[in-house]
Design a protein around this ligand. Structure first.
Ligand SMILES: C[S@@+](CC[C@H](N)C(=O)[O-])C[C@H]1O[C@@H](n2cnc3c(N)ncnc32)[C@H](O)[C@@H]1O
Length: 254
């Protein structure tokens, strides 16, 4: 007799096969990948901010942000479900790689764990000073997102800083990338984190706007500093933000 699948386990299986297929197909399906270092990373994770720090990059794909961070950081830890993405990262960047075990890939001060991020432990990765979330939170449907937030809380410590880059758009799509508003970021992180909303440009020329005929699309940047452990918050915290100004084929356009 099998135990009935919960929504979280069903989503987990769908998610995993979705991402494996995306990396297998490549092209449009992995067009969330940027060839350049994300401008918010250059702006908010400047060398002096990240020097000698330990940086965690959940759901890292093959982002070249890892290369930039590794130039200055003590250690850069990526976590990625799909082996193909990890292979492409090391081969496209001509990096020699060793594998101390089947799911760990090491090159210099970059380590990538081939793992479900939600299963990573502090014992494995040690203390973390910075977390970079670009297109991670928005890649996850709601119940998986709650697991992700629990994991972030579990793996970070008091003082851990985080750059969170999300998309907000309308009308809503039923699959990734999911729209996340600043109010939702406050709900998710407002207890236990000081939040600065540092970027919110509209991107009228973004491919998603054309493809899905969106009314608007904004790429938000948030800087978080953790001051207390907190359970995942899904209700309205009523806290003010300091402002600066599923899977389907659309995931490719993150
Ligand atoms: C939208 S992409 C973003 C990749 C990267 N952050 C970037 O900016 O290019 C999401 C990535 O997360 C990976 N992924 C999805 N679910 C995951 C999980 N539970 N654990 C680890 N990686 C996961 C996918 O394979 C994919 O490479």
């Amino acid at each position: 007799m099998f135990a009935p699948l919960t929504n979280v386990s069903k989503n987990k299986i769908m998610q995993a096969s979705f991402w494996h297929n995306s990396w297998e197909l490549g092209g449009f399906h992995t067009s969330f990948h940027r060839k350049d270092i994300h401008p918010y990373v250059l702006q908010y994770m400047a060398p002096r901010e990240i020097e000698e720090k330990n940086i965690l990059v959940p759901l890292c794909g093959k982002t070249v942000d890892l290369l930039y961070l590794a130039q200055y950081a003590n250690k850069v830890i990526g976590v990625e479900l799909v082996e193909e993405a990890i292979h492409q990262f090391f081969s496209e960047n001509n990096l020699p790689v060793s594998q101390p075990d089947d799911t760990t890939y090491v090159s210099g001060n970059i380590t990538i764990y081939r793992r479900d991020f939600m299963e990573l432990t502090s014992e494995e990765i040690g203390p973390i000073d910075w977390i970079l979330d670009r297109a991670s939170l928005v890649a996850l449907p709601y119940d998986m997102r709650m697991k992700y937030l629990e994991t972030i809380n579990r793996l970070s410590g008091i003082g851990t800083q985080q750059l969170v880059i999300t998309l907000e758009y309308f009308p809503l799509l039923e699959s990734a990338p999911f729209s996340i508003t600043p109010a939702e970021i406050t709900q998710y992180y407002g207890f236990g984190n000081a939040i600065r909303h540092v970027e919110s440009p509209g991107l009228p020329n973004h491919g998603m706007v054309r493809r899905w005929n969106l009314d608007f699309l904004i790429e938000h940047g948030f800087l978080l500093t953790k001051y207390a452990d907190s359970p995942v918050q899904t209700g309205d915290t009523g806290m003010a933000l300091e402002t600066a100004g599923g899977m389907g084929e659309n995931a490719a356009l993150v």
